[in-house]
Design a protein around this ligand. Structure first.
Ligand SMILES: Nc1ncnc2c1ncn2[C@@H]1O[C@H](COP(=O)(O)OP(=O)(O)O)[C@@H](O)[C@H]1O
Ligand SMILES: [Mg+2]
Length: 257
């Protein structure tokens, strides 16, 4: 795959022996992995295993109890407000729930990362918002409220918001959930293009094998708070690891495609 050949050795995201518990509940229990520049890492794993928690650590919305979370070599948990804002200018995040603000228009929802993390003038913000509305295929939706649009459209709005700062790093939390197959394919294609054309580095949390195969250069299986398998998609889906086989089930044929 072209993106794999182009991928550099430079580590953009690195987790080292990360532990995180909520009270007595241990969620991350020694999680370690690297993501290199220009590569897309898929993360699969059972519900409630800590996939969203892991993404929240990378963007600094949550801090680990121990271990390291490094983005471009900087420990995220020690960044101060200004440094965090600077980091987030280079990072897009597609929330699992969509997380649109109901009383703001679609355009104002997409503008939020620019308003929070930059000092750009309003006219420039509106131009950037409209460019992203076009990119995700909903150029005329800007003045609508979230309650007036479908689930698939909300996902596209969330994606436009994740992309509005032209980030170097994008974290996608179940980008295909709730989408029909046609829109899923369009979104997957867009994700792949961002990696190939713009060398974006991404983590994609996703259950759909089809999406992982279409979009990811590598896949990690998160189970009981650790990365138990990390491999290229062809090897990942052919893995003999008993827990992974049990998770994927008979549907994920061990084809070499
Ligand atoms: N802020 C929080 N406070 C307490 N528990 C949390 C919090 N966030 C997540 N959890 C718990 O951590 C576990 C992992 O959650 P999550 O990362 O959302 O799972 P998933 O792998 O399905 O994305 C769940 O049991 C969840 O209830
Ligand atoms: Mg989740």
């Amino acid at each position: 795959m072209a993106a794999t050949e182009q991928a550099s050795d430079e580590v953009v995201i690195r987790l080292v022996d990360v532990h995180k518990a909520f009270g007595a509940q241990k969620v991350l229990q020694g999680l370690s992995f690297d993501v290199h520049r220009g590569t897309t890492l898929g993360v699969m794993g059972p519900s409630g295993t800590g996939k969203s928690v892991l993404l929240r650590h990378v963007i600094g919305l949550m801090h680990q109890d121990s271990g390291q979370v490094l983005v471009n070599g900087e420990e995220v948990s020690t960044l101060h407000r200004k440094e965090l804002a600077a980091m987030r200018r280079h990072m897009g995040y597609l929330f699992q729930e969509g997380a649109l603000i109901n009383w703001l228009t679609v355009a104002e929802n997409i503008a939020l990362p620019l308003r929070e993390n930059t000092k750009l003038p309003n006219a420039e913000i509106l131009d950037l918002v409209h460019a992203k509305l076009e990119l995700v295929g909903i150029p005329d939706a800007g003045e609508k409220l979230p309650s007036q649009i479908s689930g698939g459209m909300k996902k596209r709005v969330g994606l436009a918001r994740a992309l509005v700062t032209d980030p170097e790093i994008i974290l996608y939390d179940e980008p295909n959930a709730g989408l029909d197959p046609e829109i899923s394919r369009a979104i997957n294609q867009l994700m792949r293009e961002l990696a190939d054309r713009l060398q974006v580095t991404s983590i994609v949390v996703e259950h759909r094998v089809e999406c992982i195969r279409a979009v990811c250069d590598e896949v990690l299986f998160l189970d009981q708070g650790r990365a138990v398998v990390q491999a290229k998609p062809a090897d990942f889906f052919a893995s003999d690891h008993p827990r992974l086989r049990q998770f994927l089930g008979p549907e994920a044929v061990r084809s070499t495609s």
